[in-house]
Write a protein that binds this ligand. Structure first.
Ligand code: SAH
Ligand code: SF4
Length: 368
């Protein structure tokens, strides 16, 4: 069993069954999530017999690193992990805003991690992680969607992606500042495991990673948006909209057959009312498909009065879809049209394009 699949009560119960005193569970928990140990041998404060038992009963490394790629500017690292049953998932680290970056170690955990320094101002270390192997939603422009669904990730497999990079950053005196659930998979299709993973990352006695530093992106599964709203989590919510009209959305996103844009927007209004939090709408700008000023004007009309902003990104081209990316000039016009109608919009130019950092693209190139 993967040790990161257990929450603290479950770990405590297991240790009680082994006849260990209660404080041992907390020691192990802190070893895993504070000291970032990934091997029983590192738990030097535990008796050798207990370390051996941990090694017998649990897995500490759920992945083999199949390959990793650094972008030419050295700011983005993409890792392709192989799961024990052979499926592949990806996780990407994006390092923003620090001229004094040190090169990352090749992979795995450091031998001699240095002590973590103060978090530097304006520095972001954003991790994009996967929630499923593959995805069942079938969005035509998405490399993951083009390959279909393999399986849900367990909560521990989701958490382990964060821990992997946290160890790597620790080796260069840095730490993860943001986590986005925007890698492979639809997080709301794997709701319980995703929420358990978020809880584990949040845990104050462990990794202590604030919910406000996590962003969950969904294709727009309406019942789950409402459930998420009811839970009043502080996690940021992003909705992949990509079209302003149901028929146009259906042409690129099969999920549009199940949920109409009106229902999604109603659920978003419910979310903002329940939480007081702003919703982000994601928009992959596809040349001639959803990037005209007319579309922008219509979108502004539909989003009027909703506490939100639009995050537009030119399409990352994939092998299975003929659409092209919108150029910068038209992207700026799209943004201007939205903003003049009162809807805040940011344009993100693609990062890590030379390492196929788009969702599911690295796995695609290995599997092809
Ligand atoms: N399944 C979730 C989260 C993973 S995808 C979702 O769809 O929201 C993360 C984001 O990447 C989504 O907004 C998705 O629409 C976008 N995306 C997928 N393929 C893309 C591509 N080729 N170019 C640009 N954005 C893409
Ligand atoms: Fe799945 Fe998101 Fe890709 Fe759509 S864009 S296929 S929901 S991962």
């Amino acid at each position: 069993m993967l040790i990161y699949d257990l929450d603290l009560p479950a770990l405590t119960k297991t240790l009680a069954e082994w006849g260990e005193p209660a404080y041992r569970a907390k020691q192990i928990w802190q070893g895993l999530y504070l000291h970032l140990y990934d091997s029983p041998s590192q738990f030097t404060s535990l008796p050798v017999s207990l370390r051996n038992r941990l090694a017998e009963e649990f897995t500490f490394n759920p992945f083999t690193v199949k390959t990793f790629l650094d972008s030419s500017d050295g700011f983005t690292r993409k890792t392709l992990f192989q799961l024990p049953d052979g499926h592949l998932i990806e996780a990407v680290l994006m390092r923003y805003g620090d001229p004094a970056d040190e090169p990352l170690p090749p992979s795995g955990s450091p031998q001699n991690p240095r002590i973590l320094g103060e978090r530097k101002r304006g520095v972001r270390r954003t991790l994009c992680i996967s929630t499923q192997a593959g995805c069942a939603m079938g969005c035509v422009f998405c490399a993951t969607g083009q390959r279909g669904f393999k399986r849900h990730l367990t909560s521990g497999e989701i958490v382990a992606q964060v821990l992997y990079y946290a160890r790597m950053l620790k080796a260069v005196n840095e730490s993860v500042t943001n986590v986005v659930l925007m890698g492979m998979g639809e997080p709301f299709h794997n709701y319980d495991n995703v929420m358990a993973a978020i809880d584990r990352l949040n845990d104050r006695e462990g990794f202590n990673f604030g919910a406000r530093r996590i962003t969950l992106s969904t294709v727009g599964l309406v019942p789950q948006i409402r459930r998420f709203a009811d839970e009043k989590r502080q996690v940021n919510l992003a909705i992949s909209l990509h079209a302003v009209d149901d028929d146009e959305r259906l042409a690129i996103m099969p999920v549009a057959k199940r949920y109409k844009i009106d229902e999604i927007l109603d659920a978003c209004r419910y979310y903002t009312a329940q939480t007081g939090r702003r919703v982000t709408f994601e928009w992959a700008l596809i040349s001639g498909v959803n990037d005209t000023p007319e579309v922008a004007a219509k979108l502004a009309q539909r989003l009027k009065g909703l506490l939100c902003h639009v995050n537009a990104i030119p399409l990352n081209p994939t092998a299975g879809y003929s659409g092209k990316a919108t150029d910068r000039q038209r992207a700026e016009l799209f943004k201007k049209t939205l903003e003049q109608a009162g809807i805040p919009c940011t344009i993100r130019m693609r990062r890590g394009i030379d390492i196929q950092a788009g969702c599911g693209q690295l796995a695609g190139s290995v599997l092809a």
